[in-house]
Design a protein around this ligand. Structure first.
Ligand SMILES: Cc1cc2nc3c(=O)[nH]c(=O)nc-3n(C[C@H](O)[C@H](O)[C@H](O)COP(=O)(O)OP(=O)(O)OC[C@H]3O[C@@H](n4cnc5c(N)ncnc54)[C@H](O)[C@@H]3O)c2cc1C
Length: 222
């Protein structure tokens, strides 16, 4: 395999960042050439809503080992805070691109998806084969934004009790007919109607590992 593959992750908070980390780790371990584009409308890559506070009195409410991005390395978070601070672009040595932009919708075709992305003062289309939706808990139906477009177009259906999105155990989003979509996966608080306990780092990193293994396997078979 010589061609480099690109996966777009929408939402740069904890869920999107953990998805990017696990995708790049998994790709490297399997020798798969992969680039990840991490898009966040607020430019809060690696932070998201929970970890954007500039107030030093805001503390984590859990043990440091539970904050590790990698379950098999519980000291990873502490080592990371001591070593460098947040530098997602540098950490992935060119395999991770971070963009500030709002993903407004996704149009499917036989080869993948076309995302419409608005950046400061302009909008453009982005062709992707796979999309990771990590847009967080701020989601109501009906409402504005990417999830509402996915629902309106029948590419997704609401999760149980109308909370979040419906998906299978690999994170594949279920379409309006209940079929898993091969191109769109999700993780984190968007799965709260399905999993309920899906907001803390240990749950999200496990979901990130599962969907990364699934997507890298798909790429290998592609
Ligand atoms: C105050 C607070 C403290 C917490 N403390 C802990 C803790 O100590 N330990 C723990 O384990 N968990 C903690 N949690 C829970 C957990 O960390 C969060 O649930 C987690 O941060 C969720 O991350 P997320 O990426 O899914 O969502 P978010 O952080 O909301 O990130 C989603 C991102 O997606 C972007 N976005 C949305 N739509 C689009 C779009 N269409 N295009 C582009 N970008 C888009 C948004 O701008 C946002 O940055 C805490 C949560 C909160 C709120």
């Amino acid at each position: 395999m010589s061609r480099s593959h690109v996966i777009v992750v929408v939402g740069g908070g904890a869920s999107g960042t953990l998805a990017a980390v696990h995708l790049l780790h998994c790709a490297r371990a399997r020798g798969v050439p992969l680039h990840v584009v991490l898009i966040d409308r607020d430019g809060r890559h690696g932070l998201g809503q929970a970890y954007s506070t500039p107030d030093p009195h805001h503390l984590l409410n859990t043990r440091a080992e539970r904050m590790s991005a990698l379950e098999h390395d519980p000291h990873h978070f502490v080592k990371w805070t001591r070593s460098q601070g947040l530098n997602p672009a540098g950490a992935a040595a060119g395999r991770l691109r971070v963009l500030r932009g709002h993903v407004d919708g996704a149009t499917p075709d036989s080869a993948g998806l076309t995302l419409s992305v608005s950046t400061a003062g302009s909008s453009h289309d982005l062709r992707v084969a796979w999309l990771v939706n990590a847009t967080g808990p701020a989601f109501t139906v009906p409402g504005e934004g990417l999830l509402s477009r996915l629902l309106a177009d029948g590419l997704a259906r609401p999760g149980p009790l109308g909370l979040g999105l419906d998906a299978d155990g690999r994170g594949r989003v279920l379409d309006a007919a209940g079929r898993p979509d091969e191109r769109i996966v999700t993780l984190g608080p968007t799965l709260r109607g399905k999993l309920y306990e899906t907001t803390a780092i240990p749950e999200i990193r496990a979901q990130a590992a599962t969907l990364a293994a699934y997507l890298i396997e798909r790429i290998e078979r592609h």
